[in-house]
Write a protein that binds this ligand. Structure first.
Ligand SMILES: *Cc1c(COP(=O)(O)O)cnc(C)c1O
Length: 369
């Protein structure tokens, strides 16, 4: 790769010698997948690091979403956000569930709880919000609505690794939360993911479901799938967990530098830290008001690219604009004005642990006039 490119993200990589040491252990044991010792160890370490009761590892961050819907027997319609990565809605589609898009709150980019109730029909069985950019949803309000109507809540927490509200993990909200450990995320196992659940019985059932439904050698308890993580990636994950705090601290420094420089730029807005929240600085989205800034979002995006600063327009287009979902009633842009506003003005700036001071300056040079 061209080293002069400033990419939006860069994977956190374990030390090669340490990784080789663990690989040797795996080779010696000849036990390379199916709930091996590194797999068990990483599940324990993650539960403790994330301050959650149970974690079940998965091979990516999409399959726990699909499996959570299966496990909770969610059917009919599910209320969700169009302002996310497309996997959120795909997980519903793969379960034969009709997505019902509800608009987001401009203050956070998350599903607006005040707009959920009017979208509930007799067919609604669950709500699937996303903690977009790792900013916590209004979990209490969402739970109140879910309790009132008897709905399940599954959080796509792919961006929310390690995020806490008043000292408690945001992953404890709802019936289940899912994580992605893809290379582009704050914490990665190359490809990988996890589900977070509250009790041992659910953990047991999920562990069966991700291994074809096998509960022992000859018993299959349900129509499971194969979404197991192997020992090699579990070992990689154990090493990365040891350096993730440092990586998040480095990301925080980048966010502080961006905010200091951008606060006075007219037509550019961004999110500040939320009170009481431990953030993970997974993304740094800025929003361009073209009349005030004097340039459209796409003009700035292209100008940055030409100077080898690779921002990303997360999340543009909205999920509700993709051909699979465009025909849904709830996908009508008139139903989703805030989501459209954000999608049409966002650029996520380069944000990762390895950005150097000169990289940050180079990014800011493109934006600050
Ligand atoms: C990355 C991501 C996923 C999917 O995760 P994979 O590990 O790539 O399958 C799902 N939802 C959101 C919001 C994501 O950002």
């Amino acid at each position: 790769m061209d080293n002069s490119l400033i990419t939006v993200t860069s994977p956190l990589l374990p030390d090669l010698d340490e990784f080789y040491g663990l690989l040797k252990e795996i080779w010696n044991s000849k036990y390379i997948t199916n709930n091996g010792s590194f797999h068990k160890q990483l599940e324990k370490e993650l539960a403790s690091y994330l301050k959650v009761p149970y974690v079940s590892l998965f091979t990516n961050g999409t399959l726990p979403l699909i499996t959570a819907l299966q496990a909770l027997r969610v059917t009919g319609e599910v209320i969700t956000t169009p302002y996310s990565f497309v996997a959120t809605t795909h997980a519903l589609w793969w379960n034969g569930i009709k997505p019902v898009f509800v608009d987001v709150d401009l203050k956070t980019g998350n599903l607006d709880p005040n707009k959920i109730e009017t979208a509930i029909t007799p067919k609604t069985t669950a709500i699937m919000p996303v903690h977009v950019y790792g900013k916590p949803c209004e979990t209490k309000k969402i739970q109140e609505i879910a309790d009132r109507y008897g709905l399940k809540v599954i959080y796509d927490a792919a961006h929310a690794f390690g995020v806490e509200v008043d000292g408690e993990s945001v992953l404890n909200a709802g019936d289940m939360s899912t994580l992605s450990f893809h290379a582009t995320k704050v914490y990665n196992t190359i490809e990988g993911g996890a589900m977070v659940m509250h009790d041992e019985k659910t953990k047991q059932r999920i562990d069966y479901l991700k291994n074809f439904g096998f509960a022992g050698e000859t018993t299959v308890v349900g129509p499971g799938i194969n979404s197991k993580m192997d020992e090699v990636r579990a070992a990689y994950g154990i090493l990365n967990l040891r350096q993730v705090d440092e990586a998040i601290a480095a990301r925080r420094e980048v966010a502080v530098a961006y905010r200091n420089a951008l606060r006075s730029v007219e037509g550019v807005s961004f999110f500040d830290d939320m009170p009481g929240v431990k953030h993970n600085y997974s993304y740094f989205p800025i929003f361009i008001d073209e009349r005030k800034y004097g340039m459209t979002r796409d003009e700035l995006y292209m100008k940055m690219r030409e100077s080898k600063v690779l921002g990303r327009r997360y999340f543009y287009p909205l999920i509700s604009e993709f051909s699979t979902y465009r025909g849904l009633e709830s996908a009508d842009p008139k139903n989703l004005p805030n989501a459209h506003k954000m999608a049409n003005s966002v650029i996520c700036l380069p944000m990762h642990h390895a950005l150097r001071r000169e990289d940050i300056e180079c990014v800011l040079e493109q934006i600050v006039k």
